[in-house]
Write a protein of this length. Structure first.
Ligand code: PLP
Length: 234
């Protein structure tokens, strides 16, 4: 007789996802246009692939990866139907390990890194979508391009043939006021309206578990959720 193995109960992931969806729906009807699309990314750091897959089974179509090594060890266990963005600090010598497995690199913070992504994308016969990570709070401890340098670096990176700049990513400081989200949204709108050739500025990735409400209010279209979906990281 076949014995059904007991399984861990991951229903909390489904409940969390339902809550997040409900909140996004309320926020969207309050602050945004009907035809805006706000994508919810599941940030997978430290989370076992089988738990990530619960989120995918229940409607998540975008995963966010922080660490190259962790991603490489987990990727074959993911359901292969979700799109994957790289969102962590990326060393130039590691670009080659992810170039064929992610559809976007959100954490580009230097021309040097962009040049390496361009080189690897060329080698692999593709164009890589990227976001510029902005250090919007001007924090010494955080990665990202300084606010005042963002336009220049986009102009420079837009010249690279195998890269497409799609927009901005940011992690505002924990204590940031709404003015900082507004400032980021204004920068995003300015860059979009510059219509720099060979760019397609359409993505603003901001908002995590603790600030996605504010981020949605100020134009985010990718919110990156870890804790609120999978629970506290150990
Ligand atoms: C960890 C992480 C997140 C998710 O953070 P939570 O607060 O757990 O939702 C989002 N973006 C980046 C870049 C991260 O490293």
């Amino acid at each position: 007789m076949e014995i059904i193995q007991p399984k861990d109960n991951y229903s909390y992931v489904v409940e969390n996802l339902n809550k997040i969806c409900y909140n996004i729906n309320v926020l969207k009807s309050r602050y945004r246009n009907d035809n805006d699309i706000i994508k919810t990314m599941a940030v997978t750091k430290t989370v076992a692939p089988q738990i990530v897959n619960i989120a995918v089974e229940n409607g998540i179509t975008l995963l966010g990866e922080n660490k190259v090594q962790e991603f490489v060890s987990k990727k074959s266990f993911y359901y292969q139907c979700a799109e994957i963005h790289f969102i962590g600090h990326l060393q130039t010598n590691k670009v080659k390990y992810i170039i064929n497995d992610v559809s976007m690199i959100e954490s580009v913070d230097s021309f040097r890194l962009a040049k390496e992504i361009d080189k690897q994308a060329f080698k692999n016969n593709k164009t890589m979508d990227i976001l510029i990570e902005v250090n919007i709070g001007d924090e010494e401890t955080k990665n990202g391009v300084q606010y005042s340098n963002v336009k220049d670096i986009i102009n420079e990176i837009s010249m690279l043939d195998n890269i497409k700049v799609k927009g901005l990513m940011a992690i505002p400081p924990a204590n940031a006021g709404e003015d900082m989200y507004f400032k980021l949204q204004q920068l995003f709108n300015e860059i979009r309206d510059m219509k720099i050739s060979d760019t397609d500025i359409s993505v603003l990735s901001v908002g995590m578990s603790n600030d996605y409400e504010t981020a949605i209010k100020y134009g985010s279209n990718i919110i990156r959720i870890g804790t609120a979906l999978f629970g506290k990281r150990i």
